[in-house]
Design a protein around this ligand. Structure first.
Ligand SMILES: [Zn+2]
Length: 499
């Protein structure tokens, strides 16, 4: 799973004719920087406008030219990441284990950030899930992987030592994100709820200023986590709640992060159809992705307290499993009528969102593969965002744009809150009009009822984004992609600076 990569930064590239890639970003040709490509680019009709990309070969060198963002004249991050993805896929196709890359940034580009993004993106692009698959049985079929990159950033006076540090930070970030993908790609018989809590704990406890607690079924029952118990009752693989607390001495505020960790979702007695059932091992992507965000923030010692909680559970059928129409008591004492056992994510998250009050957080962020309805809203173009304070919307959008992750805001209408009022209890877990419409909004409306008073809340539904998505150039369309992690890291960065 661990990506082995060595990126060496050089003052200039060795004169090497093969495996040579050049990445060029220009919106106005700067003759001093790209003289040697100017005629090639002209011949290709490359103007350097936003969204433009050209790939061509010249003197045994693959040139990937992409336009800059014309609105701010800065590096076009998304174009840059895609171009890096293209370099890696070309190198894989050609079975190259060692490549040379030149980067020609624009004059205004932040070279420090470019070197970081380059390393992070290369590490993401090189991920592949090889845990138990046939590579071990047929090693001769295993493709050669890029292990060494010699990198030259043109037109920079920055010292190599400082840029090299950014490169090693970028590789670290990429590997932390790949850990989320690895957990998500594991089949459910290799990742039970307890495994998810223990594998993440093992990693988290290696960091400074951390404290980890795992609540098992007995403890969850004792402490009144009725939703987690209700969902996990049918499985012999018992539910666990992992609580990871990073509390550096410099912290003033607390941010709570919560992830849905359903290691397999059969739907329970409201059982799913055969279609896509094999994908239900991915119902824990929220937990994996939010863990990676917390891990990155703790590893890089952000000056804010972060409490990251993963609700790990399997939703299945069996003698002890909950039935549609069962009523349970949630952590905050509210009664919930379970209309549909396949709407289980909100039951486990609601318990943890209410429990978050114990940490007096300034803000709660939850992330989950929550509703199939998310794909009807934005397909695989964007994650769905819901908030209880509109000022948070632009924070998430900006953080997402920087990460190359899109979110669209879904307003929770007051009618949706009415629709989840129970008849025999306080709430139902579905629209009580027994109408399947607006599933994503009703799920969010349910969760919002459990948010502690006066606490900001960000909810991300990533059901249509977290696995088997579009190939965006550097994240494969197969398997998990850690969607949302980088946006959350950017949010944590912003909020920790305000701390
Ligand atoms: Zn479900």
């Amino acid at each position: 799973m661990k990506t082995k990569i060595n990126i060496e930064l050089l003052p200039c590239l060795p004169n090497h004719k093969e495996s040579y890639f050049s990445l060029i970003a220009e919106n106005a040709f700067d003759p001093s920087s790209i003289t040697k490509f100017a005629s090639d680019l002209k011949e290709e009709g490359f103007l350097g406008t936003s969204k433009e990309k050209k790939i061509f070969t010249s003197n045994n060198r693959i040139i990937i030219a992409y336009g800059t963002d014309s609105t701010n004249d800065n590096l076009n991050l998304s174009g840059f990441r895609k171009a890096i993805g293209k370099v890696i896929s070309e190198a894989k196709d050609q079975n190259l284990s060692s490549i040379n890359v030149e980067i020609y940034p624009t004059q205004n580009s932040d070279i420090e950030y470019i070197s970081f993004v380059f390393a992070e993106t290369v590490t993401l692009a090189l991920y592949s899930f090889e845990h138990i698959y046939s590579n071990q049985i047929f090693p001769q079929k295993r493709p050669i992987c890029v292990e060494e990159i010699k990198l030259f950033i043109q037109n920079t006076n920055q010292n190599l030592e400082s840029l090299s540090k950014n490169i090693s930070n970028g590789i670290d970030r990429g590997q932390s994100l790949n850990f989320a993908r690895y957990l998500s790609d594991l089949p459910s018989n290799q990742l039970r709820p307890k495994d998810l809590s223990l594998l993440t704990k093992e990693k988290f406890t290696q960091l400074k200023f951390t404290n980890s607690t795992i609540l098992d079924k007995i403890e969850l029952e004792k402490q009144g986590f009725g939703g987690i118990i209700a969902v996990g009752k049918g499985s012999i693989y018992e539910p666990h709640l992992a609580i990871f607390d990073y509390n550096p001495p410099s912290a003033k505020d607390t941010i709570v992060l919560i992830g849905k960790g359903v290691t397999f979702d059969t739907g329970g007695y409201s059982i799913k159809s055969k279609k896509h059932h094999n994908e239900m091992k991915y119902d824990m992507c929220g937990a994996a992705n939010v863990f990676s965000a917390a891990y990155i923030a703790a590893k890089e010692e952000f000056p804010v307290r972060i409490v990251c909680m993963l609700a790990c559970v399997e939703n299945t059928i069996g003698d002890y499993a909950q039935r549609p129409s069962d009523v349970y008591k949630a952590w905050n004492g509210k009664l919930v009528d379970v209309y549909n056992t396949d709407a289980e994510g909100r039951l486990i998250l609601a318990d943890v969102i209410a429990f978050a009050a114990s940490f007096s957080p300034k803000i709660i962020i939850d992330i989950a593969t929550l509703t199939g309805g998310a794909s009807q809203i934005a397909s695989n173009m964007a994650g769905i965002l819901c908030v209880n304070n509109d000022s948070l919307i632009s924070d998430v959008k900006k953080a997402g744009a920087l990460a190359g992750e899109k979110f669209i805001n879904l307003e929770i209408l007051p009618e949706a809150t009415e629709n989840i009022k129970g008849t025999v209890s306080d709430y139902t877990n579905m629209n009580n009009k027994w109408n399947d419409g607006a599933a994503t909004m009703h799920a969010a409306a349910f969760l919002k009822e459990f948010v502690p008073q006066n606490v900001d809340w960000i909810h991300m539904d990533i059901a249509s984004m977290s696995y088997n998505g579009r190939n965006n150039g550097y994240l494969s369309s197969e398997g998990a992609n850690s969607f949302g992690s980088r946006t959350i890291v950017n949010l944590l960065k912003k909020y920790s600076e305000l701390n």
